[in-house]
Design a protein around this ligand. Structure first.
Ligand SMILES: Cc1ncc(C[n+]2csc(CCOP(=O)(O)OP(=O)(O)O)c2C)c(N)n1
Ligand SMILES: [Mg+2]
Length: 778
């Protein structure tokens, strides 16, 4: 425990952080010029609520090997802390929520290196800490951490209403399966959400849930002043009253302050002894005691943290007050509330901050600057451990192993074959591959890879089916050297795990090659977590299969239509949809090599990859892939059938539907030999290149070059097993006419030929579109 003097210093730092965060928001909303006249926002109440907890963590409890994720709307507190730690510039605080200023919500990519995890969409920043603890265990078991690595704690500060988010429980269950450890989740239990006061006894429900998953629960309900009051004669009456006091009544009394406590206690506790106890305090003192909750008391917090010194995952329920020490404390509408200029002035006077010194890190503090600095520098978090030296993965492949020529195969089969061959390599880079899948490992063809590289488990487990000699194609033997993390079905967990594993380099100094597989339609199920992974520049490869209506009989619920549009529009993610096995081999290899490039000046560059594959087997071209073709495949497309110069018609296809396009091309080209067939491997990369080069007269984009061979009046017939708008934009590259075929309605069960016909993406429909184009031309 800290000495009383040190606790005093912590309190002084807490007050400074509270002031800076409140002022930062006030300044952005009321003082900085605001040409738009729109609300700038920031959350003074939510920030104040966790000021004590975060001060205790950063200046006393966190160790330098720990990582922390902070509820998004506490961003001002976080920036103020970083400012005191010397990691944040005052200009950024002044420009809070402005372009280039301190971000609204802590951001790994837009703030500075000290942000361990970006947050914003509540729930996700909590769950990622769990998967980061799993990652740390994985790296430790694979001896991929420096020898002197000290296992860090993954800490999340979350709001009590944040626990409404289902992804948290999905993560908890997954964590239970993997025996996760070294986790601290600290609930800022202020009994309020955005709209409302939370339901009474939520804390008990939360505690029960965590306990059932094997977590330790430490409830930090009362501060030391309240605990001392309980020890006094008839103090237990006040404790009993508080235990029963509903959330809304407590919050309302916090807001009303002072006299309200005495009146309410007298009204509710009909015991003559009570008056004797209450008479010891004036209204102000009584208010201070009654609002002395555990989450605002350093001794209580630090004692609580000490209870969780081992590696058992621990949930702290720290009772706090939303808007702590601010005039709207406890008011149910305070979430977006902002102090008035008058209220700010009063607060400034309370903190003894002279006018003009509002941004000072020390003004108004009774301790000297030097004393504060000495204290900050001696905190465990500031004790720098030797920074891990980055070891980039050596000898990444130029080519993936040969899987032989197969006359017909699907891209999913090719993926399985490639991964099986990769699993046999002795190359060191393969040791950096970690695969993961939400209960679709076998059905996405990762079985061969897993048979050789095993399932990851911290402790070796027996394959009982094998021991009992029950035949199975899956030779799964979970052990600490396994390279496949098997997840339950929750797709949110897949993406959150990819987010964590994809940050292995910045978090632990170890480059990984995380490859996740799932069914394409279920990207939608985990989409927010996928966006979250991309938002913080996690590096991963996503393989989604099957996709589109090409999985035929499974029906509309399993057929994906929107994913190509997601692929195009998702920032920080390259979307590819190969038609043939040789394209996939090139693209997977490229994805692996590209993964760990760090940002360059090329704004359209992305480093993670999404491969949309299919289970439909199609005839494969027998060809030697030249360097030029390889380059074109990576850039997003190539002419499978070259058009004649100034041709007036081209068929453009993407992915598995290329087989239908090919059949249509063969027929059209009999009458119209000038027609070309353009195969698109990435609508996304083509679009990004076109977008980037539009204003650049000196460089032509790949798609512009490809289409420039056509006559200006040419017609394009595009086709994809996905939403047709994915390719429609290509008409704008040179002003060509375009007719786009694709899927616009939920699919149905049916044979492939029936479904392709129904959705007008079959050979006949492509032919029909070509015929219409030819009619229009002549
Ligand atoms: C996924 C998602 N939905 C909604 C929001 C908007 N939102 C931000 S904070 C908040 C209330 C959070 O309450 P709580 O977690 O208790 O935090 P407090 O401000 O009380 O500390 C909401 C609904 C969000 N950021 N993310
Ligand atoms: Mg809350």
């Amino acid at each position: 425990m800290l000495s009383p003097d040190k606790i005093k210093t912590l309190q002084a730092i807490e007050q400074k952080i509270l002031w800076l965060s409140t002022w930062m928001i006030h300044h952005a909303n009321n003082i900085r010029p605001n040409p738009d006249g729109l609300k700038i926002g920031g959350h003074q109440a939510s920030s104040a609520s966790c000021v004590t907890i975060l001060t205790a963590l950063y200046f006393a409890a966190l160790r330098s090997q720990d990582k922390i994720s902070i509820k998004p709307h506490a961003s001002p507190i976080f920036h103020a802390i970083q400012y005191l730690l010397g990691n944040q510039k005052v200009e950024n605080l002044i420009n809070f929520r402005g372009l280039g200023g301190a971000q609204s919500y802590p951001s790994r990519t837009k703030d500075y290196p000290n942000v361990d995890f970006s947050t914003g969409s509540v729930g996700l920043g909590v769950a990622i800490t769990l998967f980061t603890s799993l990652l740390q265990d994985y790296l430790s078991a694979h001896q991929m951490l420096p020898q002197d690595h000290q296992m860090g704690r993954m800490v999340a500060l979350l709001g009590d209403a944040e626990l409404d988010e289902g992804n948290i429980y999905e993560a908890l269950l997954e964590g239970w399966k993997h025996n996760v450890r070294n986790l601290w989740w600290i609930v800022d239990y202020n009994r309020q959400s955005l709209d409302n006061v939370t339901k009474h006894h939520l804390n008990k429900v939360i505690a029960d849930q965590f306990k059932s998953y094997g977590w330790r629960v430490v409830e930090l309900k009362y501060g030391q002043q309240l605990q001392a009051l309980f020890q006094q004669p008839s103090g237990h009456l006040v404790k009993d009253w508080l235990e029963k006091c509903s959330h809304d009544l407590y919050s309302a009394l916090v807001y009303k302050q002072e006299r309200a406590w005495r009146d309410q206690l007298r009204q509710d506790i009909k015991d003559p002894q009570l008056d004797k106890l209450l008479s010891k305090y004036n209204d102000q003192q009584l208010n201070t005691i009654m609002t002395n909750l555990g989450g605002h008391d350093f001794n209580t917090l630090l004692q609580g943290f000490e209870q969780a010194h081992d590696s058992q995952p621990t949930c702290f329920i720290a009772h706090t007050i939303k808007g702590y020490q601010l005039p709207f404390a406890g008011h149910k509408d305070n979430h977006a509330g902002l102090l008035t200029a008058e209220q700010i002035k009063t607060l400034q006077e309370k903190f003894a901050i002279p006018t003009g010194q509002e941004w000072s890190p020390s003004a108004g503090m009774s301790q000297s600057k030097e004393e504060i600095q000495k204290f900050i520098q001696s905190s465990p978090y500031q004790q720098k451990i030797s920074k891990t030296v980055l070891q980039p993965i050596k000898n990444l492949p130029d080519k993936l192993p040969d899987i032989g020529y197969h006359e017909r195969q699907s891209t999913q089969e090719a993926f399985g074959r490639l991964m099986t061959e990769v699993s046999k390599l002795d190359d060191l880079w393969v040791n950096h591959v970690v695969t993961t899948s939400p209960d679709v490992t076998v059905s996405t063809n990762l079985g061969g890879w897993v048979n050789r590289r095993s399932i990851f488990a911290k402790n070796e487990q027996q394959d009982l089916f094998r021991q009992l000699q029950i035949p199975s194609a899956q030779r799964w033997h979970p052990n600490p050297t396994g390279q496949h993390v098997e997840l339950g079905i929750a797709e949110n967990n897949l993406f959150t795990a990819l987010a964590a594993f994809g940050l292995a380099e910045p978090l632990f100094g170890q480059q990984m090659i995380p490859i996740g597989t799932l069914y394409d339609p279920f990207i939608a199920r985990g989409l927010d977590a996928m966006i979250y992974a991309c938002y913080q520049d996690a590096r991963f490869i996503l393989v989604s299969t099957p996709s589109g209506i090409s999985l035929s009989s499974e029906g509309g619920a399993h057929q994906s239509i929107v994913t190509p549009l997601i692929g195009i529009s998702q920032d920080n993610l390259n979307y590819y949809e190969p038609a043939f096995a040789d394209e996939l081999s090139i693209l997977l290899c490229h994805a692996i090599k590209n993964l760990h490039h760090r940002p360059t000046i090329n704004k359209s560059a992305a480093y993670s990859t999404y491969l949309r594959l299919s289970t439909k087997s199609i005839a494969q071209p027998k060809r030697n892939v030249t360097a030029a073709l390889e380059n074109a495949i990576i850039q997003g497309g190539y002419w499978l059938k070259e058009p004649a110069s100034q041709s007036k018609l081209a068929i453009i296809s993407c992915g598995v539907i290329t087989a239908e396009a090919m059949a249509a091309w063969e027929q059209v080209s009999e009458d119209c030999p000038e027609v070309g067939l353009l195969v698109i491997t990435s609508p996304d990369r083509l679009y990004a290149g076109w977008d980037q080069h539009q204003d650049n007269a000196n460089e032509e984009s790949h798609i512009s070059q490809l289409l420039s061979v056509l006559a200006p009046s040419a017609h394009l017939v595009t086709v994809i097993d996905g939403h047709p708008a994915t390719l429609t934009w290509m008409g704008s590259v040179h002003g060509h006419h375009v007719q786009s075929l694709g899927v616009t309605h939920f699919g149905q069960s049916g044979s492939l030929s029936d479904l392709y016909r129904l959705h007008h993406i079959d050979r006949q429909s492509i032919l029909h579109a070509c015929a219409q184009a030819l009619v229009k031309m002549f």
